[in-house]
Design a protein around this ligand. Structure first.
Ligand SMILES: N[C@@H](CCC(=O)N[C@@H](CS)C(=O)NCC(=O)O)C(=O)O
Length: 239
């Protein structure tokens, strides 16, 4: 059976990773049987999670996981989309995964480090936890600096994040999904980002911004319910 490796759930957070949530969304959309397991990022082929394991094949990166499901399992996530829609999807994918993702990363690691430490490093013995967390936080800070977003003030970073969220909200409008009534792979990608912003444990300006867009909240919930994902999105919707 297919196995999807993600970060282990901890501290009440189910799969607390935007790309993990995107991969779960793709798997649920595919309708294929799979097992969700806690993976070890140090053993991942590209040093990142998630990873899809199919027998002795390891597929790292959600873009490659999507391609694998399409090419090897015949799943047509984007059937019926025009070339123009595919191009728009590609642009929104990068907005979510290469821009908004970094604002999420900042809002967690830099601004809510204590929660991340307890949520993601719960398995590390208490005596070592601070040390291990500080080391990883240093790497995340360097990555944010390298990417460029980390060079801005908190206010500026959240403005960039809010602009990304507004762009998604405007394009979505009153449609059910980004391209109408039928979900496609871009919805899985955006679901991964939005559902992570919605995690109740992270009370951040990004979450406030998300909460100010009723259509985005309804979209997230609609996707979650359609593919029976459950978890924090439903908790957030209840609040
Ligand atoms: N492009 C990758 C990005 C995956 C990614 O950035 N995963 C993060 C968690 S959300 C990760 O594994 N970070 C650990 C690290 O960078 O050491 C994908 O689409 O899967």
């Amino acid at each position: 059976m297919l196995e999807l490796q993600v970060f282990a759930p901890d501290a009440g957070l189910q799969n607390p990773s935007p790309f993990g949530a995107k991969a779960v969304a793709l798997m649920q959309m595919s309708g294929l049987e799979y097992r969700l397991v806690a993976g070890d990022v140090r053993k991942s082929p590209k040093g990142k999670m998630p990873v899809l394991v199919d027998g002795n094949r390891e597929i790292a990166d959600t873009a490659h996981i999507q391609q694998y499901l399409e090419n090897e399992r015949g799943i047509e996530f984007d059937a019926g989309l025009t070339d123009e829609q595919l191009a728009i999807a590609q642009a929104f994918r990068h907005l979510g995964e290469d821009s908004l993702y970094w604002a999420i990363t900042y809002s967690r690691w830099i601004e809510n480090g204590d929660i991340v430490r307890e949520a993601l490093f719960g398995a590390v013995p208490a005596l070592m936890r601070n040390f291990v967390f500080s080391m990883v936080k240093k790497q995340v800070k360097a990555a944010l600096h390298g990417q460029g977003l980390g060079r801005h003030s908190a206010g500026e970073i959240y403005q960039f994040g809010a602009a990304d969220l507004s762009a998604i909200a405007v394009f979505l409008g009153d449609k059910d999904f980004m391209f109408g009534q039928k979900p496609s792979s871009i919805d899985a990608s955006l679901y991964g980002m939005l559902s992570n912003i919605a995690i109740p444990a992270f009370d951040t300006p990004l979450r406030d911004e998300l909460n100010s867009h009723e259509n985005l909240l309804a979209y997230m919930l609609r996707f979650n319910k359609k593919y029976q994902i459950g978890g924090w999105v439903l908790q957030a919707a209840d609040q």
